[in-house]
Design a protein around this ligand. Structure first.
Ligand SMILES: Cc1cc2nc3c(=O)[nH]c(=O)nc-3n(C[C@H](O)[C@H](O)[C@H](O)COP(=O)(O)OP(=O)(O)OC[C@H]3O[C@@H](n4cnc5c(N)ncnc54)[C@H](O)[C@@H]3O)c2cc1C
Length: 404
């Protein structure tokens, strides 16, 4: 069966004019670092490696930014998919707080990129709000609030007495400046554009079909027979890692997004916050620069052949109803519906670092709902590691921290 990782009419590739096209590989070449995958993760790696004057190449089998990058909601928040007390079954509260702070660091890094290179990706730093509409879950929200407050994170507790939103909130944690939104397709292209000026070479329509490892380095064979020689290879292939390993990195689901047409009268409060509810699976939503609402969630067990129209329509329908119930005062018309593979992990963290039994194979896999922020951390930490400096927090993302 042909596994489909992305399906539907994706907002970000539709609203953006076709971005720059990159050449495909037509020669054998040498480099130091070979990044396989030209999604947002590959682009972020390319940026940090080239910024640190490390020779690097990106190989993308299709078009840059057309994998899960184009269907991501790009709702960035430092908190993780599950609440701290839930995650405490798998990891310590200390590590969870560390992850929250690393998420803030990654948000600051994107802010800095935009400040230095221009905001061509509609980046906006906003607050982040996690809430429940169920009285029974209020205590859970209070616990989450207290954990974050006690660790010094700027948070405010919201309940019926101070709820500024138009929907029902029984308890919620508002994290000041704890989130951001951006256009992931524009961001990916901007990163590669800047990186190429720093020395990165990017090739699209260039599938890596084989990787050979030897004492001196690696050789990647591409689809038309040309080879790339380097010192290490980094897997930035998202949810498809079969070229590198049989290891199963996360639990796959199929997840759904819908985006409305622009809406004139969205209240300003929704333009300055990203929102997630406490359900399982949860719904999350954000606005766009042109005043659309994007809502995501309604995950189902992973179906490799996701062109199951009936099943997909059920999830799209649920998302639409949810949006209409949250915003009964708005004229909601859905323009885009799309879905794709998503993978989560027990501790909600991605995988960053050297392969467990091959020091020339490195990974940067942004599994979990914070994939983009993990990729930023991956770019920072792996480029440092290449220069001989191991980040003390890299161990949180160890590739073999779970049994296969
Ligand atoms: C619906 C949805 C919503 C999400 N929402 C959020 C969110 O709000 N916030 C957030 O931070 N994260 C979110 N995520 C997660 C986030 O989208 C991912 O972490 C991110 O898109 C992964 O980017 P990537 O570059 O790793 O993967 P991809 O964009 O899939 O890129 C991998 C690339 O590798 C290429 N490739 C694969 N094999 C080869 C090969 N052999 N040779 C060459 N190229 C190859 C593919 O063609 C692809 O372009 C969401 C994911 C989904 C699916």
């Amino acid at each position: 069966m042909n596994t489909q990782y992305v399906q539907g009419d994706c907002i970000f590739t539709r609203i953006n004019k076709s971005k720059k096209q990159y050449e495909y590989l037509t020669d054998d070449i040498d480099t130091d670092v070979i990044i396989i995958g030209g999604g947002v993760t590959g682009a972020i790696l390319g940026y940090y490696f080239s910024k640190n004057n490390i020779n690097c190449v990106i190989l993308e089998k299709s078009r840059i930014g057309h994998g899960s990058t184009c269907i991501t909601t790009a709702l960035l928040q430092y908190e993780l998919d599950s609440n701290a007390m839930e995650l405490n079954k798998y990891t310590s509260i200390e590590n969870i707080i560390k992850s929250y702070n690393l998420g803030i660091k990654a948000l600051d890094e994107i802010q800095e990129f935009v400040d230095n290179h221009g905001n061509s990706c509609d980046f906006k730093r906003v607050d982040s709000f996690l809430y429940t509409a169920m009285k029974l879950e209020k205590k859970e929200m209070e616990e989450e609030y207290n954990i974050r407050k006690d660790s010094g994170l700027p948070v405010e507790f919201i309940d019926e007495n101070n709820n500024p939103f138009l929907f029902d909130v029984k308890g919620g944690v508002l994290a000041k400046g704890g989130g951001a939104v951006l256009d992931p397709y524009k961001f990916t292209h901007h990163l590669i554009d800047v990186s190429c000026k720093q020395g990165l070479r990017a090739y699209e329509n260039t599938e890596a079909i084989d990787v050979k490892y030897c004492a001196n380095g690696v050789t990647v064979e591409t689809v038309y027979g040309y080879k790339v020689k380097g010192k290490i290879v980094i897997a930035a292939t998202g949810y498809n890692t079969a070229l590198f390993t049989k290891r199963n990195f996360g639990t796959k689901t199929t997840t759904f997004n819908i985006a409305t047409r622009p809406i004139d009268n969205i209240e300003n409060i929704y333009k300055n916050v990203v929102i997630r509810d406490n359900k399982d699976p949860y719904n999350y939503f954000r606005t766009t620069r042109d005043n659309r609402l994007i809502i995501g969630g309604e995950d189902i067990n992973f179906i490799p052949d996701i062109y199951n129209e009936e099943l997909c329509n059920k999830s799209y329908e649920k998302l639409e109803q949810r949006l209409k119930s949250l915003f009964p005062n708005l004229n909601i018309e859905i323009e885009y519906r799309y879905c794709g593979a998503f993978a989560s992990t027990q501790d909600n963290l991605g995988f960053i670092g050297k392969g467990p039994d091959n020091s020339k194979l490195w990974y940067c896999l942004g599994y979990g709902a914070n994939g983009i922020l993990f990729a930023v951390l991956g770019g920072m930490m792996l480029s440092k590691l290449y220069l001989g400096e191991a980040d003390k927090d890299l161990s949180l993302f160890k590739v073999d921290r779970f049994d296969n």
